[in-house]
Design a protein around this ligand. Structure first.
Ligand code: PEP
Ligand code: MG
Length: 592
């Protein structure tokens, strides 16, 4: 494959799926082998079938060997099932007999296997169940292994990765990911994958920074090239200049130093010096990530983005599936609150399966609550599932992107109707279920006092709030320099929202990315937020700051910030203030 020329300081933005910063040399895991497909004659059939059988035996031996190594590492044992799945696939009738059948139709073994793998992939693609559908990557991995053996291409030398490596691959199979020597791998970058990919899940549980979804990455790097992986923001920098390298080294150092003594904060309460309890909750995208919530001792879930349940499938999940899924999460939350946000699709969150029309301005189109109120039937199914789940634990329901009172009233009316229906059917639910709205639009901020009369809590989604307030597309790299959480307009918007909630006596939480930034913790508490919800990995870092500051000091700082005219002035004061108060944590200014 031709290589793309890469200039110094090439910034790429993918999806940060495992937090942390890694700086190292690229170790490119090579591409799939090019398969040599040809026709054979009848006399060659037996020999080809026997080659196939030998390849299966060899693959089995390889997998058994990896299993043995992995089972010696306690933190990886829970992933052994992946290897068992691969061993089972090797025995699958469709794979084994299907390939033999193709060989008998006079196709060489590589060609025969490739055809069968294609059929299997198509089958997996048509499965409704997300978990099962994801097992397609396991079929791919087994297929690759067999093809490599058949073609005499050595195993991708995962276990021979050089020290201090940033592993780059188009895709990594789960077996490969767990085989890698953790002490050599500093970070992952892959071309494929999303938050639910095995690479992402494993990288999180191995605590290795990872960025996925950078499609052309394998064509851009060569072995030995320097790369920076920022698993928080999803930024990857290839061939960093000396200046960038130094900046990131400082950033990494302060991150590492922060990490070192974080463990001691895990089981301490999140209380400020003036004894205000600020629950730090986790944001959840896929149910299996509840493990992260527990691992970092987040106090329940402040935002469950349910749209992830609807992604990548041919039909939306029905009531029963949603109910089961919510109950499972509630069970694992063990009495802590779980804030279930109703479907937020449209805008940048496109679900092709729901056949949304193309819109000229999707971010301002039929998105989030607008979509749900438009697709009443779909919405009702979700509301019923959430209400039913509310009898299994502490559920709070959250409606996204509310822009006016009429919308929340419409939601409450539908909830009321469904409650009446459930009463009639004798199905239990929590009658005191807390109802909240996301504050993400300028209009919601402006009428926050009116909205506060309608609901039990606000949750501020700064990711969208900043986009809509500053008229900056949150996904457009050309205007990213304008996307500014410390813009005086944003500070005012947050203040107005908190004031309205506090005056009405309702809870106000923040669940956008801003909440997970330790530098902002004092400001957010000073503004009057009662709860912060974030990527669970950020919880200990924010807690460490909160325990060393007071809400009163935060309020004083906010007063000072509100007098400033530019975000530069705001950030300078916040950084100086935090460095003064907590020099060990904020020794150096973070990179913008
Ligand atoms: C937000 O907009 O800040 C938010 C939390 O919601 P999402 O990122 O899912 O749009
Ligand atoms: Mg949002």
């Amino acid at each position: 494959m031709g290589k793309i020329n890469v200039a110094t300081d090439t910034y790429l933005v993918g999806m940060g799926v495992s937090p942390g910063i890694a700086i190292g040399k690229v170790n490119l895991i090579d591409q799939r082998p090019l398969v040599d497909q040809s026709l054979i004659n009848g006399s060659e059939v037996d020999a080809e079938i026997s080659r196939f059988q030998q390849a299966i035996d060899q693959a089995r031996e390889q997998l058994q060997k990896i299993k043995k190594t992995v089972s010696k590492q306690p933190h990886l044992r829970e992933h052994l099932y992946i290897l068992d799945t691969h061993l089972l696939i090797l025995e699958d009738e469709m794979l084994v007999e299907g390939t033999k059948k193709e060989i008998r139709a006079l196709v060489n073994v590589e060609g025969a296997l490739t055809r069968v793998l294609e059929k299997l992939r198509a089958l997996f693609d048509s499965i409704d169940d997300e978990y099962l559908r994801e097992r397609r990557s396991d079929v791919d991995a087994v297929g690759d292994r067999l093809l490599r053996i058949l073609m005499g291409v050595s195993e991708r030398n995962i276990d021979k990765i050089g020290s201090s490596s940033i592993v780059v691959a188009h895709d990594l199979s789960p077996a490969e990911t767990i085989q890698m020597d953790r002490s050599h791998v500093l970070g992952f970058i892959t071309g494929k994958g999303g938050r639910t990919s095995h690479t992402a899940i494993l990288a999180r549980s191995l605590d290795i920074p990872a960025v996925v979804g950078l499609e052309s990455i394998t064509a851009m790097v060569v072995d030995g090239m320097t790369a920076i992986v920022d698993g928080f923001s999803g930024v990857v920098i290839l061939k960093p200049s000396e200046k960038t390298l130094q900046e990131y080294l400082i950033h990494k150092q302060s991150y590492d130093c922060l990490e070192q003594d974080l463990e001691q904060y895990r089981d301490l309460p999140s209380i400020t010096k003036d004894q205000v309890h600020i629950p730090l909750r986790g944001n959840l995208e896929i149910s299996s990530d509840v493990i992260q919530i527990k691992k970092h001792a987040a106090e329940g879930i402040g935002l469950y983005r349910t749209e992830f349940l609807y992604l990548g499938r041919s039909a939306p999940p029905d009531e029963e599936e949603q109910f089961q899924s919510y109950c499972e999460i509630l069970k694992q939350a063990e009495g802590d609150p779980v804030t279930i946000r109703t479907l937020d699709i449209g805008g940048d969150k496109f679900v092709p399966e729901l056949n949304l029309d193309d819109e000229a301005n999707p971010a301002m189109g039929l998105r989030a609550i607008r979509f749900s109120l438009h697709e009443e039937q779909l919405f009702k199914i979700q509301l019923r599932a959430i209400l039913r789940a509310s009898s299994c634990g502490r559920v709070r329901i959250l409606f996204p992107m509310i822009s006016g009172v009429a919308e929340i009233r419409a939601c409450k009316k539908m909830l009321g109707d469904i409650q009446a229906q459930l009463d009639k059917e004798g199905i239990s639910y929590d009658p005191d279920l807390a109802i909240g709205i996301m504050i993400e639009t300028p209009s919601a901020v402006m009428i926050a006092p009116l909205l506060a009369k309608e609901v039990d809590f606000f949750s501020v989604g700064t990711n969208d709030l900043i986009q809509y307030f500053l008229a900056v597309d949150r996904g457009n790299e050309h205007v990213a320099y304008l996307y500014d959480p410390l813009h005086p307009a944003i500070l005012r918007a947050l203040k107005m929202t908190c004031d309205a909630a506090n005056e009405a006596g309702i809870e106000v939480c923040i669940c956008g990315e801003m909440a997970g930034e330790p530098l902002y913790a004092l400001v957010l508490v000073g503004l009057g937020f009662h709860e912060l919800s974030m990527n669970p990995a950020c919880v200990p870092r924010v807690k460490r700051v909160l325990r060393q500051v007071s809400k009163q000091d935060g309020a004083t700082l906010v007063k000072q910030l509100l007098l400033l005219s530019t975000s530069k002035e705001v950030s300078t004061i916040i950084e100086a203030e935090m460095r003064r108060r907590l020099p060990a944590i904020f020794a150096q200014p973070p990179i913008q």
